[in-house]
Design a protein around this ligand. Structure first.
Ligand code: PRP
Ligand code: MN
Ligand code: MG
Length: 180
């Protein structure tokens, strides 16, 4: 195991639980998008692991593109999101599925959905591995959710604390001594 696993207070989801759930999400996505082209849009950097595993689990052709957005610098409530790297793909008439690691306040995703909707796609939906219902500040209509989790600081499987722990295979809560 990675040494960093020692910084986890508690494992929320093991590698096996994550992969099982992603496979279930993939079966639903395959069924829902049957006969339609599908563009997966990943949000850097947290979504990298979900995108890698979800896209490979899908037994069909997909296209993959990426966006990088700044998370509302400064105060969390501003809701201001800035595009750091835009898509290479024209969304006109496309079926777009945004792939995220986590929806926390919902500010990033509510802004992103509106932004992508304005580009004339055929549809825009969201697949997120994690969601924190208690932290939600903006309503976000999410079609595919892996797990609803309590309002705690979670790391691993793409999720970072100060840019670390993204490479853990499991997801857990960070030990308090690591950030206090
Ligand atoms: C995290 C996470 C989501 C977003 C969710 O990204 O990966 O993209 O925050 O938060 P919200 O629902 O409150 O908007 P972050 O901005 O930390 O960037 P990262 O993906 O590069 O870690
Ligand atoms: Mn992110
Ligand atoms: Mg982050």
């Amino acid at each position: 195991r990675v040494e960093a696993d020692l910084d986890l207070t508690k494992t929320l989801f093991t590698e096996e639980q994550i992969q099982t759930r992603i496979a279930e999400m993939a079966r639903r996505i395959e069924a829902d998008y049957e006969g339609r082209d599908l563009l997966l849009v990943g949000v850097l950097k947290g979504a990298v692991m979900v995108m890698a595993d979800l896209s490979r689990e899908l037994d069909r052709h997909v296209e993959i593109d990426w966006m990088a957005v700044s998370s509302y610098a400064g105060t969390k409530s501003s809701g201001v999101v800035r595009i750091l790297k835009d898509l290479d793909t024209d969304l006109d008439g496309r079926h777009v599925l945004i792939v995220e690691d986590i929806i926390d306040t919902g500010l990033t995703l509510s802004w992103l959905v509106a932004n992508l909707q304005s580009r004339g796609p055929a549809s825009v939906e969201i697949a997120t591995l994690l969601r924190k219902p208690e932290a939600l500040e903006m309503p976000v209509d999410v079609k595919y959710v892996g797990f609803d989790i309590p309002n705690a600081f979670v790391i691993g499987y793409g999720l970072d604390f100060d840019e670390k722990y993204r490479n853990l295979r499991s997801i857990g809560t960070l030990a308090e001594h690591m950030y206090s």
